[in-house]
Unconditional design. Structure first.
Length: 92
């Protein structure tokens, strides 16, 4: 994912602790929040990494410590939604 984001001028740093994936997206200009969040959400969902329960994203200017934006989401709700959309039935 980092390589694809670098083409857009965005560098991503990650850390995972107790099922929470922390993502810092840095760019020379403010990283576009909706693009970064959607890109990361899709990438993590496609990985199907059950160890990741929550994702917290921060966007900031390269070299700055203070984030310009912050967003988080729970992964279990994403998996549940996909299962419902695909018609999976776990009661059988």
């Amino acid at each position: 994912m980092n390589r694809q984001l670098q083409l857009k001028g965005i560098t991503v740093k990650t850390n995972i602790t107790s099922g929470c994936l922390m993502v810092i997206a840095e760019s020379e200009n403010e990283p576009e929040q909706s693009f970064v969040v959607d890109f990361i959400r899709k990438g993590i969902t496609d990985l199907k990494a059950e160890v990741i329960k929550r994702v917290v994203l921060h966007g900031r200017i390269t070299g700055k410590k203070t984030p310009l934006w912050r967003e988080s989401f729970e992964m279990h709700s994403t998996v549940t939604l996909q299962q419902e959309e695909s018609g999976s039935d776990f009661s059988r």
